[in-house]
Design a protein around this ligand. Structure first.
Ligand code: SME
Length: 157
């Protein structure tokens, strides 16, 4: 397993993802424990991009429950179909929110969160939920994040 991530700060977002992906692949494929991998993935993404909050909500008997994360404390339970996370999970579609205040039903765990991306996954029972990333900047996420984060989340399978 790699001891350290190598991420050059001067790279574009796309190039950072390109640099990060093989390192994440090595990191996650070296461990079979799902929770350990969620924890390291949250840490790696926050370290690489410096986002305000990076974490997971997992489907536990029909409700999304807070899993491993990096950042300030957060809401612990989200109903499927509610908020950005619950909506993304229900539709099984990535949602990019440029301004959280403009998303009907957005759940504000922190007033500092301004934009958000949620990537859902359903691999098996106990391995289903969402990756949620919050930024304290407006419109911080775009199609580049969507493409790479969807690819990265598949590494958890
Ligand atoms: N904003 C999310 C809730 C989770 S926190 O951002 C960590 C939502 O609307 O589902």
């Amino acid at each position: 397993m790699a001891e350290n991530l190598i991420i050059e700060a001067s790279l574009s977002k796309k190039d950072k993802y390109e640099q990060l992906y093989p390192q994440l692949k090595a990191l996650l494929s070296g461990e079979t424990d799902f929770i350990a991998n969620l924890a390291n993935l949250a840490a790696a993404l926050r370290q690489a991009f410096g986002y305000f909050w990076v974490g997971f909500y997992l489907d536990k008997e029909g409700e999304l429950v807070l899993g491993p994360f990096q950042g300030p404390i957060a809401c612990t339970r989200i109903a499927i179909g509610k908020g950005v996370c619950g909506t993304s999970y229900k539709k099984m579609e990535t949602i990019v929110v440029e301004d959280v205040n403009a998303f009907p039903g957005h759940i504000a765990c922190s007033a500092d969160s301004k934009s958000e991306i949620v990537v859902p996954f359903r691999f098996s029972k106990g391995k289903s939920g969402v990756l949620d990333i919050d930024s304290d900047q407006l419109a911080d996420f775009d199609q580049v994040d969507k493409i790479y984060l969807e690819k990265i989340v598949k590494l958890l399978k």
